[in-house]
Design a protein around this ligand. Sequence first.
Ligand SMILES: [Zn+2]
Length: 446
Amino acid sequence: MNRLALGASRSAPKGPLLITGLTLIPEPGVVLMDSALVIAKGVISEMGPSAAVQARHPEIEQVDGKGFMAVPGLINAHTHVAMGFFRGLGHGQDEMIERFFFPAEKSLTPELLAPLSYSYLYGGLVAGVTCFGDHYYFSEGVAQAMERLGMRGVVGETVADLGGAFPGRSGWDRWRKHIESWPYSERVTPSIAPHAADTVSEPLLRELAEYATANKLPLHMHLSQTRGEYQRVQQREGCSPVEFAERCGALTDRTLAVHLITSTASDHKILKDHGVTAGICPASQIIYEHLAPIAEIMRAGIPIALATDAAASNDTADPLSEMRLMALLAQDRGVPEEHRSPEEILGMTTVNPARALGLSAKVGTLSVGKAADIVFLAGDLSTEPSPKPVTNLLFSYSSRNVRHVMIGGDFALYNGRTTKVSEDDLMAEYQGAVAEIHRRLGGKPE
Ligand SMILES: [Zn+2]
């Protein structure tokens, strides 16, 4: 029998594959020791104790997964993967969205978007991300980049008629047509992505919300993301950003409302009543302005999807480090244990974002019939013993332990290396696109 740690031939399973001996965390709150998975035609076709599954399937190619923890593919719910060219520049900036991002983003053109996406997508993949919820301009390129790496994604075109890098509705008109002739594999699906409450007018937000509802698409938007947004919406609309979004019909159980840093108790009641998922990006929020009132959001029972945001304000796409940060911040802020247990935190990168992004039937947990999106983490001397695997996942493991990442039954990462495309090619194309942006801006942004 082959060891899962060895044998490059495993990177492209041809027929069904049986992996035994795993420490399996099929969903938050469930740990199955010495367990096996059968993967066939892109989905999990069987799951159970190793010996029993092995006995039932002597005919299937077997791989020994002893020493590995297998968890559902991690979902990074809110990103702008093409913003790699801002990496490291967000620290110490004020109002970077208006003063810094929008002017530089005006130099973007469609052909740059795929290569600009490679750095953050790669950074997520090697850290166990199987799916990104992304939100940016010329997002056809972002979708193409996900396809090239073999990743899953829910991709939205940032739409804003009162601000943003490209104010107006042309992006939305283009995106709507693109959705209607969607050219990608089943792994990449669309979302509707208003930029924020201060940059989108009431008529346009109503139109976007109606389209999302009519077509059962996720609506993914920044909301109450800065003090400036809060003030501008108060001035223009006489209400909070959350109240404005509610008035426009933009808050439903398919809405992912991201940041909420200036949200209040009455906003939380509205969000809870409409079944909205809160997108929380702890590192990005702290670097940009300040952390959302997570204790109040968690106590209000609003489901949270954790995310990393973008290279400008984080600067990595690593959900394990974000989970650990979130667990510590929640503890520090006095959140009761039942709302911040390691299992609750794991749900914020698996079950909760899957639901908010409309992917619950396919991913978010490991169960028979679901897509085989699985992260295999190798335990080692530094992680032993692991008496509480979910706690250990957050506090003993890191992206360093991510060895293989399977997406839709295919290894997109094997032995820490990309399988679909060479890392050298990704690096060369990414660096070329970054250099082109710098050329257009007349130098590197500072
Ligand atoms: Zn964002």
